[in-house]
Design a protein around this ligand. Structure first.
Ligand code: TMP
Length: 203
């Protein structure tokens, strides 16, 4: 039986990464084999592209093409083979991030996004996407508290992040059965409860 494909999304500072690991353990405890991975990245080539994408200024279309190039490699090398083997794949970001960041944040033409999405993964969408949503101010506070060097996206102004959040919420509204919104300003314990409710219906 084919495995399930789960993605995590949200604006920078939404805190999704700390729950990705927890979910992998939660699923393993239920007997599933889990591949935990991320985008941009997930392969040796993808991680090199990540370095460039997160740090190097570039034209919007170059940025978009490189995101999808890394994704193509990731799908071919890791995601599709794992799903074929019946494993569950948990991916920290996928194409909804391109929709939100390059589309919403930077204003990429929607038709160009759709053409690339069709080209790169016409027959594959996540079975479930968890969108970690919270007010921008709380997300920003978390980033400041982490006290580390900020990447290119984290350095963007508040209006950029506002557009990213709006684009995510619009995408969630357009795909209600795939994308579940998690109230990410809550405590870790309350977020885990929300995740357990979502997963009790599918595993
Ligand atoms: P991360 O820090 O959550 O791993 O995400 C890396 C950054 O890359 C984050 O700021 C969002 C951005 N990104 C895009 O702009 N487009 C994409 O398609 C993906 C996957 C990530």
């Amino acid at each position: 039986m084919r495995g399930k494909f789960i993605t995590f999304e949200g604006i920078d500072g939404a805190g999704k990464s700390s729950h990705v690991e927890w979910l992998a353990e939660h699923l393993r405890a239920r007997g599933h084999t889990v591949l935990l991975t991320r985008e941009p990245g997930g392969t040796s080539l993808g991680e090199k592209l990540r370095e460039l994408l997160l740090n190097e200024p570039m034209h919007l279309e170059t940025e978009t093409l490189l995101m999808f190039a890394a994704r193509r490699e990731h799908l071919a090398q890791r995601i599709e083979p794992a799903l074929e083997r019946g494993e569950w794949v948990i991916c920290d970001r996928f194409s909804d991030a391109t929709w939100a960041y390059q589309g919403g944040g930077r204003g990429l033409d929607k038709a160009k996004f759709l053409a690339l999405e069709h080209w790169v993964h016409e027959h594959l969408q996540p079975d479930l996407t968890l969108l970690f949503d919270l007010p921008l101010e709380i997300a920003r506070e978390r980033i400041v508290l982490a006290n580390r060097v900020l990447d290119k996206f984290e350095q963007e102004r508040a209006d950029f992040h506002h557009r990213v959040r709006q684009a995510y919420l619009e995408r969630a509204q357009a795909n209600p059965s795939r994308i579940r919104t998690i109230a990410a300003e809550k405590t870790i314990g309350e977020i885990r409860k929300q995740l357990e409710v979502v997963f009790s219906t599918i595993c």
